[in-house]
Design a protein around this ligand. Structure first.
Ligand code: SAH
Ligand code: MG
Length: 195
């Protein structure tokens, strides 16, 4: 039986980009304080963050989407290991095309960074009125702020996409966003209060 602390460590050793502990703590604190009950996650990987979210409280429900076969299978296995089948619903498919019903208090975008704006636009439809959309990896290992760290063309293009997403959030007319430089850079977006 794998323990919770080992699951994240094992995933990192296998080069699976699970959330950094520091960032995860920030999310878990928010989930606990705001009494978040319904979570939607874009990007399951092996289920580490989903399992951490669900472990905050037994009345939390997590729905999470993963497109890669082997990762999805591994997530199914891990959710069973931790006996969280009743709290975690694993969806296998592309988050850009899959249709998800229901309303969520907390939507976590942690998948292909080039598609962040699309994920945001699609899934805000599933967000409760006072819900939050949280996005991970906005710093991209510090490269968003220091693009000179890479000369790789694809990486540079990806950095530009992340910058576009940050601008999209900063200039958004519907949502206010707070940025945190913990972990790999995290944002919390909530609907602007009606005047
Ligand atoms: N949230 C996880 C880590 C997710 S890593 C954790 O912290 O434990 C990002 C995952 O998103 C990868 O497994 C990748 O396969 C998946 N992904 C990327 N684009 C996707 C898409 N369009 N639809 C579904 N999953 C996607
Ligand atoms: Mg991430």
């Amino acid at each position: 039986m794998v323990r919770l602390s080992e699951l994240g460590q094992q995933a990192r050793e296998n080069h699976i980009p699970v959330m950094q502990e520091e960032g995860l703590e920030l999310l878990l604190q928010y989930i606990q304080e705001k009494k978040v009950k319904r979570i939607l996650e874009i990007g399951t990987a092996v289920g580490y963050s989903a399992i951490r979210f669900a472990s905050v409280s037994s009345d939390i429900q997590v729905t999470t989407i993963e497109r890669e076969d082997t990762l999805y299978q591994e997530a199914v296995h891990n959710v069973e290991e931790f006996h969280l089948e009743n709290q975690i619903t694993l969806l296998h498919g592309d988050a850009l095309t899959i249709s998800v019903a229901g309303t969520y208090d907390f939507i976590f975008i942690d998948a292909a960074k080039s598609q962040y704006i699309k994920f945001f636009e699609k899934y805000k439809e599933n967000l409760a009125e006072d819900g939050v959309i949280v996005t991970d990896n906005l710093a991209f290992h510090g490269m968003v702020e220091h693009p000179e760290m890479t000369s790789n063309r694809n990486t540079r293009q990806l950095l530009q996409k992340i910058r576009n997403y940050i601008d999209f959030l900063k200039t958004n007319e519907e949502f206010d966003t707070v940025f945190y430089s913990v972990g790999d850079g995290i944002s919390f977006s909530t609907r602007k209060k009606k005047k």
